[in-house]
Design a protein around this ligand. Sequence first.
Ligand SMILES: [Zn+2]
Length: 255
Amino acid sequence: MSAAERELVATACRILAGAGQDDLIWGHASVRDPEGRGVWIKSAEWSLAEITPDRVHLMDPDGAVLAGEGARHSDYPVHTGIMMARPDAGAVVHTHPPFSVALAATGQELRPISHAANFFVPPAVPRFTDTADLILTRDLGRSVAATLGDVPALFLVNHGIVTVGSTLEEATVAAVLLERACHQQLLTASAGGCPPGRRRRSRCASGSTSTAGAPSPRCGLTSCVSCPCEAVGRWPRSRAIRGVPGGVDSTPGMA
Ligand SMILES: [Zn+2]
């Protein structure tokens, strides 16, 4: 059976890399060992694109490598914590895809504005905020699993994503779909759209106050948690326009 699991994990890693989810040597995928010994997981020190079957190893729930060569990823508790808490989870993916990380960092929820997003929403995609660092302990692994609950995906805020599936094929497709959904939402917001969802009365940067769900009389945008005008209003002007063509960066010492 080990050859099949090695091949499966290697293929999933290369698919994730092809989908733009490689991040140097970080990110990993795993599948539950059918004999109950632990998980088959990508080994460390290689990018997702570089993973071949001989770079996948079997690891027990305590992180001991039972079969295979190479160093293990230190944040393996992401996988083992979820596998222990979710008997239905046959596989776990953890990556750092840029649009998912960016959307989660804004504090916005994923909105059901695309087919990809509707794979997840509703309910809301949970947000893990205990730490933005690596998930290095069994306690943190259990905490990630508790935050995930019984849904297929989780944002590790300021870090990455976790997806699960009954199979590694499912978990891999979920990771690809979540990144696509986040990309589409950010594209919508960048074009001035405002994804439907939680609306609230708010004051935009122009100083006008819009009614819930109605266009602001000053900026013309529908006011909600993702209103770009409102977002600009939360930052000093020099930071809000950093990097924008034609903008002026007057913040001293901020390269
Ligand atoms: Zn990570």
